[in-house]
Design a protein around this ligand. Structure first.
Ligand code: BES
Ligand code: MN
Ligand code: ZN
Length: 496
């Protein structure tokens, strides 16, 4: 998709479809852009609005053809709802409604007039980024696995209409928005690729490809024998039943001076989670192709920040393994030694995410990170607690937790904090080892985070549980959602 900044005389601008906002409330009122078109058409727009086909609710749209005296073929009216209540959530609703309305049309281009609408103090750059993010999501489809490619969307170019003096800001928004959308699309393609293709080796190949695209990205991959030397007994216990070798993939993004301490992102990269010997039940097992969504989000974020050329250093780690049952698989009751020296009694082989993450979290200590965020489809319990709306946020540092939740609010990729108080640690007690890998059914997401907290004492750390927000298992938007790439990208930008 090509995005362009445009200014000039709206009524005279050639376009296949101009998108103009109207306001809701008790009845529909016109935005400045709508007034321009209404005036040019001698009140035709007003007459149509009065007929009542567009309702006063945010996200309602009405497509009009051949409005008199204007140079656009079509006008798409989009309602923002009551302007007093126009917030980030409504902005996203409206953005998604616009692309949903444009997608089925036989148009090559459209002109969006939404940049001068006040939205809770957010600047024009933010608006353009959110629009591009929503448009890319609305137009995304995963057709790689189809025998024949489907029909392409006809829309090729989207213009953002603005006052001349704001053109440069719009251009910045376009660059940032495209960088983010590019990262999200990359991550979606990888996460949606099924487990027979997307193996740990495939993830390493994807990381290699990403690093080739940017001078500021470089790669190192640890093989199982390297991990064994480093004492990563927990990590290796997950992959030992699989024919696919595990990989610990590290990507270095260097946007600042070499000696600047990095931020670290660590993603759970279970390319398929059968549960192992503690086998999952069949109905939803196929969804476990998405158990590498955390790793995908790390790749997507690195792609976005590299394209945005953020002047910071970031280490991205993908803890990639496949969790399979077999004659060589870990048995419930096995005890393993982690890289940290602590031992773990594996009471349930389906609690494997924390086993790969704990060693990856110890591994990154050597980089002396200023902050560490791990991202994981870690627990079904987080879906019970927060549904598909908020990502679960856990942290050993109040400031970091605050920064992450603020970043999430800013880009409408929201996270909600849960406690990891010492009181919960007792649930992880083991008779024979230093800890068990499960803490029973009460507060399952919290005890999972408490497990990780035992390996992150050396640095400021947060854990994002995206089991509820990372993917949709079915429906028209089935697949990886791209979360929390927008949150992470915003967080890292805020650190500059
Ligand atoms: N990958 C799953 C978590 C998951 C569940 C993600 C549902 C998405 C949807 C994880 O490895 C797992 O199996 N967790 C167990 C932990 C339990 C055995 C303590 C769970 O949540 O049931
Ligand atoms: Mn599992
Ligand atoms: Zn899992």
């Amino acid at each position: 998709m090509k995005y362009v900044a445009r200014s000039g005389n709206l009524a005279k601008t050639r376009s296949q479809c101009i998108v103009v906002p109207v306001y809701g409330g008790v009845s529909i009122t016109m935005s400045a852009a709508a007034k321009v078109l209404n005036k040019a058409s001698n009140g035709q727009l007003n007459k149509i609005i009065k007929r009542g086909d567009i309702k006063a609710k945010a996200g309602q749209t009405l497509l009009l053809h051949d409005i008199a005296n204007i140079n656009a073929q079509r006008v798409l009216l989009v309602c923002l709802g009551d302007l007093e209540e126009f917030d980030v959530a409504k902005f996203m609703t409206v953005s998604r409604a616009i692309i949903a309305a444009l997608k089925p049309l036989s148009i090559n281009n459209a002109l969006i007039c939404l940049t001068d609408i006040e939205c809770t103090g957010h600047d024009i750059t933010w608006k353009i980024e959110r629009l591009i993010e929503s448009f890319a999501a609305g137009l995304y489809s995963f057709t790689e696995m189809k025998g024949k490619p489907g029909p392409e969307d006809s829309i090729q170019e989207i213009e953002f209409f603005t006052d001349k003096y704001l053109i440069d800001e719009v251009k910045v928004g376009i660059e940032n928005g495209q960088a983010l959308a590019g990262g999200v699309t990359l991550a979606k393609d990888i996460a949606n690729t099924p487990g027979n293709i997307c193996t740990p080796t495939y993830l390493a190949d994807m990381a290699k490809q990403l690093c080739k695209e940017s001078k500021s990205l470089s790669l190192s991959v640890l093989e199982e024998k390297d991990m064994a030397k480093m004492g990563m007994g927990a990590f290796l216990s997950v992959s030992q039943g699989s024919a696919q070798p595990a990989k610990l993939i590290t990507i270095h993004y260097q946007g600042a001076d070499k000696n600047t301490k990095p931020h670290a992102l660590v993603g759970k990269g279970i390319t398929f989670d059968t549960g192992g010997i503690s086998l999952k039940s069949p109905p939803l097992m196929h969804e476990m192709i998405y158990d590498m969504s955390g790793a995908a989000s790390v790749l997507g974020t690195l792609s976005a920040i590299a394209a945005q050329k953020l002047p910071i250093n970031v280490i991205g780690v993908l803890a990639a393994a496949e969790n399979m049952p077999s004659g060589s698989a870990t048995r419930p009751g096995d005890i393993v030694k982690t890289m940290s020296g602590q031992t773990v009694e594996i009471l349930n082989t389906d609690a494997e995410g924390r086993l790969v993450l704990c060693d990856a979290l110890t591994y990154i200590e050597q980089f002396e990170p200023v902050s560490v965020i791990d991202i994981a489809t870690l627990t079904g319990a987080i879906v019970t607690a927060l549904g598909n709306v908020a990502t679960g946020l856990f942290s050993n540092d109040d400031t970091l937790a605050e920064q992450i939740s603020t970043a999430g609010d800013t880009v409408f990729d929201r996270a909600w904090r849960l406690p990891i108080w010492e009181d919960y640690q007792a649930q992880l007690a083991s008779a024979f080892a230093d800890m068990a890998n499960i803490g029973g059914s009460p507060a399952g997401s919290i005890t999972a985070a408490c497990f990780l907290a035992r390996f992150t004492k050396q640095y400021r750390w947060a854990h994002l549980d995206i089991a509820g927000t990372g993917y949709q298992g079915s429906g028209p938007s089935k697949g990886y959602t791209g979360r929390p790439i927008a949150l992470l990208t915003q967080y890292l930008r805020d650190q500059v």
